[in-house]
Design a binder for this molecule. Structure first.
Ligand SMILES: [Zn+2]
Length: 198
């Protein structure tokens, strides 16, 4: 299996063994493959200064969808990366107790990431932390929610930074899909996944 490097972003280019993006104005591209740099996944954010054809996110194949991975086998890595794609930050922001650390009012301020399966309550920065949030680093089994403020911020990001996605015909049936058993998932998902099986 070909390995890909976060810093090079080579998974996003067919000339480097990856796969070229579908039109990023119309599709949220998800690349799945072997990433060598130790991260579960990575995403651009709406204000990232990267080429248009690199918008989207990458997930290590071990952590995509349901897998047998002990800690990250429930598909939550993609949920986390979609959060970044729609302008969410980690609850600990820059890693201190600055009140504006993730720019969302209803996520308690955290000093740092949580891992594993913490027991509620956990405290830092004089607040009870929302370690069960999709934007933290806990195991998939402990990751269960976005806050209302995060949902509002994602809707705002869609309207301001990614408005063309809302006019995409991506929920329609692409011309190349002819098998009836494929119609259902294609119609029910805004996302289109150029899988990489190498
Ligand atoms: Zn993250």
């Amino acid at each position: 299996m070909t390995s890909f490097f976060t810093a090079l972003d080579n998974i996003k280019r067919s000339e480097d063994g990856g796969a070229d993006a579908w039109d990023t104005d119309s599709y949220l591209n998800i690349w799945v493959g072997r990433i060598t740099t130790g991260v579960l996944g990575y995403s651009d954010n709406p204000t990232a200064n990267i080429p248009d054809d690199e918008h989207g996110f990458v997930v290590g194949f071990q952590y995509f969808g349901e897998s047998d991975h002990e800690n990250y086998g429930m598909g939550k890595t993609a949920v986390h990366e979609i959060g970044h794609y729609l302008n969410l930050k980690h609850p600990w922001g820059s890693g201190n107790c600055d009140a504006a650390n993730d720019w969302v009012n209803d996520t308690p301020i955290s000093e740092d990431a949580y891992y594993g399966n913490p027991v509620h309550p956990q405290n830092s920065c004089e607040t009870v932390d929302m370690f069960m949030n999709y934007m933290d680093y806990v195991d998939d089994s402990s990751m269960v929610m976005f806050s209302q403020g995060q949902v509002d911020r994602m809707h705002y990001a869609l309207d301001i930074f990614r408005p063309t996605l809302q006019e995409s015909n991506g929920c329609g049936v692409p011309y190349l899909v002819t098998q009836p058993d494929l119609l259902m998932p294609v119609q029910s998902l805004l996302l289109t996944v150029p899988y990489i099986w190498i």
